[in-house]
Design a protein around this ligand. Structure first.
Ligand SMILES: *Cc1c(COP(=O)(O)O)cnc(C)c1O
Length: 470
C-alpha cells in the first residue's frame, strides 16, 4: 500500500473541518460535557472489529462519538483547575508536528526539530530571565519536568557524598532529605515518589500558602546529609509565590539543591509588572513549567530547565553504538528528558513565542492576572461573597458563606454551564476556585462569569441542596 497524498487528503480534510467546527462552537456552547466516559464507551464496540475501516469513516465516527463528552477547555469561559487553551500558531504547528512525524531524540537524525527546540529553549531562558547556559528539555508536562529537575538534583547531591545512583542505585545510599512547602502541588509528591525519594518534609506556610523562610532554615538545621528544597512559583489556590531569595539563601547555607515548581507561575518572571514576585528565581538549580498552561500551547508540553547541565546529562543522557551522536554538538534532545522517542513538542512553543513576540508574552501574562483581579473585584462585590486570597496572579478563591452553601453554589454553577470553575478545599474551607489561564478570555467572558455566579447563588438558595446536584 502506498501512502499517496490521496490516502491522506480526505481524512485530513474531515479532521480540519471538524476542528474548525469545534473551535467555532467554543463561542457559545455550554462549557461542561453532556455525556460521561461510560456513556461514550457504550457507543463503542467492546472489541475491535474484524476487518479494516475506511480512514475517513474512522475520523467521522470519532468526531460524532466524542462530541457530547468534550469539555470546552479551550473556551474563554473555562476557569477550571489551571489549564489554558491553544494559540492559533501553536495549534497549527502542532498539526504539522504530527504530519512531519519526526522522532525528536537525536540532533543528527532530526536536525530541524532539534534546531527549532533549541531556539525556543534559548528564547524561554531569556524571557524568564533564567541562566542562559541552562539546559532545556521538553516533557509531557510539569509533573515530568519536576521529575527531571528532582532526579538531576538527587544524583548531584548524592554524587557530592561519593554515591553514584547510576552505578549503585538508591538502596543503601545516604537518605536525601526533601523539603517542600505545606501546600506543595501533588505532582511534586508524585515526582519525588517515582524518584525513589519518598514523602517530603512539609515546611510551614503563611496565610497565602507561601513557604516561611524561617521555618525552612529551622528544618534544614536539623537535616544531616544531602537535601533538596522544592519551592513553588504559583500556588494552585492563591497563586502566591514562595519567597525565592530568602528560601534559596537558606537552602544554600545547607548546600541543598533547589528546584522550583513553576508550572504556571514561572511566567510571572516574563512580566516587568509581576517579576518582583519571583525575585531571586534565577538562583535556583532547576525549574519546571508548563507550556500547555500559561503559554497556551496544546497538550502536552512541559518544560524542564536545569542549570547544572552535567548533572542533567548524567541522569538522562548516555552513549550507545546504534544512535548516531555528534561529538562536537550540544547535548541531544533525549539527554534532557526521560523519553528517548518523542514528538517535537517544542515546536508549538516556538510557534507560540513567534506569534506573541516578547511584548505579546508580557501582555498575555499581564492580561491573565488583570482578568483574575477583575473577576475577584466583580464577584467579590456580590452580596455574601468572600474573596479568600490576595489576588496576586491568575488564581481566585471564593467562599459563599459556610461550606454547605459554597458547595451548593459550585454545583449550581456547573449545572448552569455558561462557565466552569472548580470546587476545591483550601485552608480548611470549601471554595470555588477560578483560574484565568486562557489567552482568549476577555471582558465579555468576565461579564458572563459574573452573571453565571449570580444565577448560581440564586439557584442554590432557591432549591434544597439535593435537587441542585448534577
Ligand atoms: C499543573 C501543575 C502541575 C502539574 O503539571 P502537569 O502539566 O499537569 O503535569 C504541577 N505543579 C503546579 C503548581 C501545577 O499547577
Amino acid at each position: 500500500m502506498t501512502a499517496s497524498e490521496h490516502d491522506f487528503r480526505q481524512p485530513l480534510d474531515r479532521a480540519h473541518a471538524a476542528a474548525l467546527d469545534w473551535l467555532r462552537s467554543l463561542e457559545s456552547r455550554p462549557v461542561p460535557f453532556s455525556a460521561t466516559a461510560d456513556d461514550i464507551l457504550a457507543e463503542l464496540p467492546a472489541t475491535v472489529q474484524q476487518g479494516p475501516l475506511d480512514p475517513t469513516a474512522v475520523v467521522d465516527e470519532l468526531v460524532r462519538v466524542v462530541e457530547p463528552g468534550l469539555m470546552a477547555i479551550p473556551s474563554g469561559r473555562f476557569f477550571g483547575w489551571v489549564m489554558g487553551g491553544s494559540l492559533p500558531a501553536a495549534l497549527a504547528s502542532d498539526w504539522l508536528v504530527s504530519a512531519w512525524d519526526q522522532n525528536t531524540g537525536l540532533r543528527f537524525a532530526t536536525p530541524a526539530m532539534a534546531a527549532i527546540e533549541e531556539a525556543a529553549g534559548r528564547w524561554l531562558l531569556d524571557l524568564l530571565a533564567l541562566p542562559a547556559t541552562a539546559d532545556v528539555g521538553f516533557t509531557t508536562g510539569a509533573t515530568m519536568a519536576n521529575f527531571v529537575g528532582i532526579v538531576a538534583g538527587r544524583d548531584r547531591v548524592l554524587q557530592r557524598q561519593g554515591w553514584s545512583v547510576a552505578a549503585d542505585g538508591l538502596a543503601g545510599a545516604p537518605r536525601v532529605a526533601v523539603l517542600t512547602g505545606a501546600e506543595v502541588h501533588f505532582s511534586v509528591e508524585l515526582a519525588l515518589r517515582n524518584a525513589g525519594l519518598g514523602a517530603p518534609m512539609r515546611i510551614a506556610v503563611d496565610a497565602e500558602g507561601r513557604m516561611r523562610p524561617d521555618a525552612l532554615a529551622a528544618a534544614l538545621a536539623e537535616v544531616e546529609g544531602p537535601a533538596i528544597v522544592c519551592l513553588q512559583a504559583g500556588n494552585i489556590h492563591s497563586g502566591a509565590f514562595d519567597p525565592m531569595t530568602e528560601c534559596i539563601a537558606a537552602a544554600r547555607e545547607h548546600g541543598a539543591w533547589v528546584h522550583v515548581d513553576g508550572a504556571f507561575g514561572l511566567w510571572a518572571a516574563a512580566s516587568p509588572a509581576l517579576r518582583d514576585h519571583v525575585a531571586g528565581l534565577e538562583l535556583a538549580d532547576s525549574w519546571a513549567t508548563d507550556a500547555h498552561k500559561t503559554l497556551n500551547v496544546p497538550y502536552d508540553c512541559g518544560i524542564a530547565v536545569v542549570a547544572d547541565t552535567a548533572a542533567l546529562r548524567a541522569a538522562f543522557g548516555g552513549r550507545t553504538s546504534y544512535l548516531i551522536q555528534l561529538d562536537d554538538a550540544p547535548s541531544d534532545p533525549f539527554e534532557r528528558v526521560p523519553e528517548l522517542s518523542r514528538r517535537a513538542r517544542g515546536v508549538p512553543v516556538f510557534a507560540a513565542l513567534r506569534q506573541l513576540g516578547r511584548s505579546g508574552v508580557v501582555a498575555l501574562v499581564d492580561r491573565l492576572a488583570s482578568t483574575a483581579r477583575a473577576l475577584a473585584e466583580q464577584i467579590g462585590a456580590l452580596p455574601g461573597v468572600e474573596v479568600l486570597n490576595e489576588v496576586v496572579f491568575t488564581q481566585v478563591c471564593l467562599a459563599f458563606g459556610d461550606d454547605d452553601r459554597t458547595q451548593r453554589v459550585t454545583r449550581a454553577l456547573i449545572a448552569d454551564g455558561a462557565v466552569w470553575m472548580s470546587g476545591s478545599r483550601w485552608q480548611d474551607r470549601d471554595i470555588l476556585r477560578i483560574s484565568v489561564s486562557n489567552w482568549s478570555t476577555d471582558v465579555d467572558d468576565v461579564a458572563t462569569a459574573v452573571a453565571a455566579v449570580r444565577r448560581a447563588m440564586a439557584a442554590a438558595d432557591a432549591a434544597p441542596a439535593a435537587s441542585v446536584a448534577p
